[in-house]
Design a binder for this molecule. Structure first.
Ligand code: SDX
Length: 428
């Protein structure tokens, strides 16, 4: 017998169905609430509101659990690689050897970017933040692949759009960096794997052929896996809402990149490093900065701490923290801000303000320290987040389209002026 909730209002009782997920999460289905009662719900930031039902990622914020298509993030980070995990997230199953080899071959054949994209890139000043350039160039792919404009074309057409954006993201991402430093771009080297190819396009210069270090490439693979999807976060919800108007995959991902850029979301990984640098330059007094983070009159927040869903350790932060020690040791990098980060974490985890609000390190707290050790510049950290999150955005957009979900259009409660007559300017 299906469970129901009752809403008592104005002397009426309204029955609302309860939806139960495969992990026993329960939700009140309010799709008929307004028709039945004239009421809508109000939930700033959608803190208590589900926008959809999804089979892609499960996370339990209280227990610190994260799974892609049922596989734990710990096992995938340890045993998989980014393209294999991307295939799993997008198509729903781990690929067979033959499926994986074909997927890699398809992507490899599409790493080149139309030469005229460089004309658009050259239009950006060299100090342009890479995230703004990335969002623009991904959106510009619609100009080169007009068939991608209609998401209702054949499944094959949608799939080639998926392959193209996965394949071209590293090339375009590396180009945003080269534009920022005023260097000539590099073209893909298809003899390399996905992450090594990206690193070579990032760091190779005509006078010095860069050979990717497997330690760096493996660390990057793990970081991209950890960022690959995270259910209905801000940027993914953006991709779904933009895609719900039947906008193209490229336009939807371009919007998702812009949403991710914000310092409260993916932009936090850059903000964390800037914060740690400020603390180091200020003499490393973590207690002083903790006090600022708790001071309601001070806009400063401890970047990389807190999460809308995780009220326990972000499982990704645990994995990244361990990887940071491993990677820095392997590379022989001794970065003083790693010790400052660990010191901040230690103080915060024993501080009543943070304990009471269940504020723990999130995915962004340690990731920047590894990116830095890999030689990736701070301005590129959120571009790395976007590269990692791309398969998640693709899968969520694809799921929304395949489920033929309605256009996203929330309601509101109006709190403005009541009706009033127009007054001519002569009489105002
Ligand atoms: C990501 O959603 C996702 O899944 C996102 C993500 C993904 O993979 O897609 O996990 C990636 O975006 C991680 C989060 C990165 N952002 C940051 O690290 C920025 C710093 N963190 C915060 O701004 C904040 O914690 C958020 C934005 C992450 C979550 O904010 P919420 O859920 O809206 O919580 P809130 O702002 O209402 O905070 C609750 C309380 C408040 O205090 P009170 O008003 O109750 O007294 O906690 C305080 C906040 O002031 N608080 C913090 C804090 N985070 C929350 N105080 C100091 N430092 C912080 N970092």
């Amino acid at each position: 017998m299906s469970e129901k909730a009752e809403l008592h209002f104005n002397g009426n009782v309204y029955e609302l169905p309860i939806v139960t997920g495969t992990e026993n999460e329960k939700a009140i289905d309010i799709s008929k609430l307004r028709a039945q009662s004239g009421l809508i719900t109000l939930d700033y930031g959608f803190k208590n509101t589900g926008s959809t039902s999804s089979a892609i990622t499960f996370l339990d914020g209280e227990k610190g659990i994260l799974r892609y298509r049922g596989y734990s993030i710990e096992e995938l980070a340890e045993n998989s690689n980014f393209l294999e995990t991307s295939y799993l997230i997008i198509y729903g199953e781990l690929p067979t050897k033959q499926e994986f080899d074909q997927f890699v071959k398809d992507i490899t054949m599409h790493t080149m970017v139309h030469e005229e994209v460089k004309n658009i890139l050259d239009g950006f000043p060299s100090k342009a933040h890479p995230m703004g350039v990335l969002s623009s160039l991904i959106g510009a792919l619609t100009a080169f692949y007009p068939n991608a404009l209609d998401p209702n074309r054949s499944a094959d057409e949608v799939n080639i759009s998926i392959i193209r954006i996965l394949a071209k993201m590293p090339t375009i991402a590396a180009w945003t960096f080269k534009n920022e430093i005023g260097h000539p771009v590099n073209y893909p080297d298809n003899s390399l794997d996905y992450c090594s190819n990206f690193l070579k396009m990032m760091f190779s210069v005509p006078s010095d052929k860069y050979e990717p270090d497997p330690v760096i490439s493996n660390a990057l693979n793990k970081l991209l896996i950890l960022h690959a999807d995270h259910e209905q976060n801000c940027s993914t919800s953006t991709v779904r809402v933009v895609g719900s108007s039947h906008a193209s995959l490229y336009s939807s991902v371009s919007a998702g990149i812009s949403a991710l850029w914000g310092p409260l979301h993916g932009g936090a990984n850059q903000a964390v490093i800037e914060m740690l640098e400020a603390i180091k330059n200020d003499g490393g007094d973590t207690k002083k900065w903790m006090a600022k983070a708790k001071d309601k009159d001070d806009p400063f927040r401890l970047m990389g701490f807190g999460h809308r869903v995780y009220k326990n350790f972000d499982p990704r932060a645990k994995i990244i923290k361990k990887a940071a020690d491993d990677v820095l040791a392997k590379l022989g990098v001794n970065d003083p801000i790693l010790e400052i980060a660990k010191g901040l974490e230690e103080v915060a985890l024993n501080d009543e303000y943070f304990i009471e609000r269940k504020l723990y390190p999130n995915v962004d707290f340690y990731s920047g320290i590894i990116y830095r050790a890999l030689g990736i510049p701070t301005q590129m950290f959120t571009v790395m987040f976007a590269m990692g999150r791309l398969p998640g955005w693709i899968a969520q957009w694809k799921e929304m389209r395949e489920n033929n979900e309605p256009i996203g259009r929330p309601r509101q409660v109006y709190v403005g002026e009541n009706h009033r007559a127009f007054v001519d300017i002569k009489n105002r």
